[in-house]
Design a protein around this ligand. Structure first.
Ligand code: GLN
Length: 197
């Protein structure tokens, strides 16, 4: 039991439950995280999809923004999906007023990047580091990554746009693997957490 990593899901807003289920299927002990004391107890953290503006405001309101930044700086493994990816970006191209990020990956993201015609869609995405064929990418008003810094590794693209990035212990995808029942991306993250633990 003791080497089972404890992975939190930031539970301020968004699709928390689906990530808790996906993490449990990938052999982690998963729990919601809302407060700094809870953040202090986890070996890794998922930031779910939802609405990045709302999540950013709630993080500030609940006194979580600085603790999140500190732990990410100190090397906490974090995985962000969709709105979570936006929160992990050092820079948002088109932020709403007052929208802040935690940071962790040297990348610039564009919110709702796939446009109105393409608000939600599914596509097979080949992800470096994941064996067994492409994952089914569920994109819901998804961001894409405009550019990455030298430290960040692009691990997936779709339609010529960057949709998954890894920088050391931080992983981000534009799409939502927690909605598909295929838990290979979560398993990759659990391995990243184990490697640090
Ligand atoms: N468009 C949302 C945002 O900007 C993200 C959508 C999602 O997480 N599915 O935060």
């Amino acid at each position: 039991m003791s080497d089972t990593p404890v992975i939190g899901v930031l539970a301020l807003q968004g699709d928390v439950r689906e990530h808790l289920i996906a993490l449990a299927s990938a052999d982690a002990q998963a729990r919601p995280v809302r407060r700094p004391e809870e953040l202090a107890e986890v070996d890794g953290l998922v930031i779910p999809g939802g609405e990045s503006t709302t999540m950013s405001k709630l993080a500030v309101l609940f006194g979580m923004m600085e603790p999140l930044r500190e732990r990410v700086r100190a090397g906490l493994p974090v995985y962000g999906t969709c709105a979570g990816m936006i929160l992990l970006a050092e820079k948002i191209l088109d932020p709403r007023s007052g929208q802040e990020t935690v940071g962790g990956i040297d990348m610039i993201v564009r919110r709702n990047a796939f446009g109105r015609q393409n608000e939600s869609f599914e596509a097979a995405v080949e992800v470096d580091g994941i064996d067994g064929g492409p994952v089914e990418g569920v994109f819901i008003r998804a961001p894409w990554v405009e550019s990455v810094g030298a430290e960040a590794e692009v691990i997936a693209e779709h339609g010529g746009h960057i949709v998954a990035v890894r920088q050391r212990n931080v992983l981000a995808t534009s799409f939502h693997p927690e909605l598909t029942g295929d838990h290979r991306v979560h398993a990759l993250f659990v391995e990243m957490v184990r490697a640090v633990k």
